[in-house]
Design a protein around this ligand. Structure first.
Ligand code: GDP
Ligand code: GDP
Length: 437
C-alpha cells in the first residue's frame, strides 16, 4: 500500500507552484542551476483531515514557444497519468481556455483517471460566469480557487481526498524506514530491489505490474516496515521512464531528500565515480543516513586484499562519510542481499537514537579532560554542557563561552568521542554551538 498520489498539471504560469506551496506541509524543493538540468518533479507530503498523501508538481520547464509548451505538457500529462491517483488540472480562470488546455484535457479524459479541473486566480468570493466555459473541457469536477489568496482550498481538498482509492495508505507513517537506492545507471539498483522484493518472506502489496502508478514501494519483513522511494523508474523501465532518464540527476536528488536511509550503490566493475561522490555529498549535507553498497561483487576477481583496496578507495573518496558502513554484495547471486536489509534497520536505529543528557555530558566531560579545548589569544574555549535536541539525524547543542574559539578539528574530536560510546552507525551527527555568558 503506497500513499495516494496527487499530481498537479497545467501550462506554465497558471499557478501550479503557488498551489503546491499552499498545500505542501513540508516542501521538498530541488534547486539546480546547471543548464540542461531542469526541475523534474517536486514532491511534498500533504495532509487533510488526517489523510496523508504525496503531491507531485510535474511542471517546471519554462518553455517559451507554443510547440515546446505542447510537447512539454504532453510529457507532464503522461507523468501525471502514470503516477497520480487524483490529477489536479490547473487552468488560469482569468485567461480562458487555450489550445494547450484543450490538448491536455483530451489526454486526461482518455486516461480514465480522476481529474479535478481547478480554475485558479479567481481572487473573489463571487464566481464569475467566465468560469463556466471551462466545463467545455469535459472534466468530471470543477473547483474554483485562488491559490494566491488561499480561497477555495478546503473545498478542493475535500474533493481530492474523496477520490483516494481504498487500497492506499493514508495513515501517518511513524516507523516506516524510507530508503532511496541511488547510483549510476546499470549499477544494479533495480536488480537489488527486485531481489529483495522477490524474497518470499517479504510482503509487497504493490506487486509489479498490478499498479502502474506507484512511485514508492512499501514492503514489510516481520514487523519491520520499509519503503523504497521512487522505485517506479527503477523497477519498470518502460518507455515513459526511459524518456525521463535524462532528468535522472534531479530525480535522484529528490529521492534522497525524501529518504531516511540512502543506499549509494557502486558498480564493483567500475569503482567509485565522481557522480557517486556528488550524490553522497548531497545525502550527507541533507543529514541522511547512508550505506555504501558495492554491487556485482560476483564479477570481481578476488585476491587477498581486493576488499581492502575497495574499502580504501571508497573511504578516501567519501572521507566526509566515514560513518557509512560498506557492504559488498551481488544482486545476481543474492550474496549478502538480506544482510543489507538488516543493515538498513540498524542504520535507521542510529538515525533515530537519543542519548540522555547525563550520559552525553559524561562523555564530553571526559573528552575535555583528555584533550584540552582550543584557545586563542589567551582565551580558552569553555564547554558548559551539551544536550541532544533532535533525531533523524541526531543533533546536539553544545553550550560554550565563545563560539569563535571552537575549531573544526575539536568538534570532530568530540564527535569521535561520542561515536566511541555510541556508534551511530550510518548516520551523520550534527552540532550547533550556543553561547552562554
Ligand atoms: P506555475 O508556472 O504554473 O507554477 O505558476 P506559478 O505558481 O509560478 O504562478 C504564476 C504567476 O501567477 C505568479 O506570478 C503567481 O503569483 C500568480 N498567481 C498564482 N496563483 C494566483 C492567484 O490565485 N491569483 C492571482 N491573481 N495570481 C496568481
Ligand atoms: P540499474 O540501472 O542501476 O537499475 O541497474 P540494473 O539493475 O538494471 O542492472 C544493470 C545490469 O547489471 C543488468 O544487466 C543486471 O543483470 C546486471 N547486474 C545487476 N546486479 C548484478 C550483480 O550483482 N552481478 C552481475 N554479474 N550482474 C549484475
Amino acid at each position: 500500500m503506497g500513499r495516494p498520489v496527487v499530481a498537479i498539471v497545467g501550462r506554465p504560469n497558471v499557478g501550479k507552484s503557488t498551489l503546491f506551496n499552499k498545500l505542501a506541509g513540508k516542501r521538498i524543493a530541488i534547486v539546480e542551476d546547471k543548464p540542461g538540468v531542469t526541475r523534474d518533479r517536486i514532491y511534498a507530503e500533504g495532509e487533510w483531515l488526517n489523510k496523508h498523501f504525496t503531491m507531485i508538481d510535474t511542471g517546471g520547464i519554462e518553455p517559451d514557444t507554443e510547440d515546446i509548451i505542447l510537447s512539454q505538457m504532453r510529457r507532464q500529462a503522461e507523468m501525471a497519468i502514470e503516477t497520480g491517483d487524483v490529477i489536479l488540472f490547473i487552468v488560469d480562470g482569468k485567461a480562458g481556455i487555450t489550445p494547450a488546455d484543450r490538448e491536455i484535457a483530451q489526454m486526461l479524459r482518455k486516461s480514465k483517471k480522476k481529474v479535478i479541473l481547478v480554475c485558479n486566480k479567481i481572487d473573489t468570493h463571487l464566481t464569475p460566469d467566465t468560469v463556466y466555459e471551462f466545463y467545455e473541457l469535459g472534466m468530471d469536477e470543477l473547483a474554483v480557487i485562488s491559490a494566491g489568496q488561499g480561497l477555495g482550498l478546503g473545498d478542493l481538498l475535500d474533493m481530492v481526498i474523496a477520490h483516494f482509492p481504498d487500497d492506499k495508505d493514508t495513515e501517518k507513517d511513524e516507523d516506516l524506514m524510507k530508503v532511496a537506492v541511488v547510483g549510476k545507471p546499470n549499477a544494479g539498483k533495480s536488480s537489488i530491489i527486485n531481489k529483495i522484493l522477490g524474497e518470499n518472506r517479504v510482503i509487497v502489496s504493490d506487486i509489479a505490474g498490478t499498479t502502474r502508478d506507484a512511485i514508492d514501494t512499501p514492503f514489510q519483513v516481520g514487523e519491520d516496515k520499509y519503503v523504497f522511494i521512487d522505485t517506479a523508474g527503477l523497477r519498470k523501465k518502460n518507455k515513459i521512464n526511459e524518456n525521463i532518464e535524462r532528468y535522472s540527476v534531479v530525480r535522484t536528488l529528490t529521492a534522497v531528500e525524501r529518504a531516511d536511509v540512502v543506499i549509494i550503490m557502486i558498480d564493483a566493475t567500475e569503482g567509485i565515480t565522481e557522480q557517486d561522490t556528488k550524490i553522497a555529498g548531497f545525502a550527507h549535507n541533507n543529514g541522511k543516513a547512508a550505506i555504501i553498497a558495492v554491487n556485482k561483487w560476483d564479477l570481481v576477481d578476488k585476491e587477498d586484499k581486493t576488499y581492502l583496496q575497495f574499502e580504501n578507495d571508497i573511504r578516501r573518496e567519501l572521507s566526509f562519510m566515514a560513518y557509512a558502513p560498506i557492504i559488498f554484495l551481488s544482486a545476481k547471486t543474492g550474496q549478502r542481499v538480506s544482510k543489507m536489509l538488516g543493515m538498513i534497520k540498524e542504520v535507521n536505529e542510529s538515525y533515530n537514537m537519543r542519548v540522555s543528557t547525563g550520559v552525553l555530558n559524561d562523555i564530553i566531560g571526559r573528552a575535555v579532560l583528555m584533550n584540552q579545548p582550543p584557545s586563542d589569544k589567551g582565551k580558552r574555549l569553555k564547554i558548559y554542557y551539551a544536550t541532544q535536541v533532535g533525531v533523524r539525524p541526531p543533533k546536539f547543542v553544545i553550550f560554550v563561552n565563545d563560539k569563535e574559539l571552537m575549531h573544526f578539528s575539536y568538534l570532530r574530536y568530540l564527535e569521535n568521542q561520542i561515536r566511541d560510546s555510541f556508534e551511530f552507525k550510518g548516520t551523520p551527527i550534527q552540532f550547533e554551538l550556543n553561547e552562554k555568558k
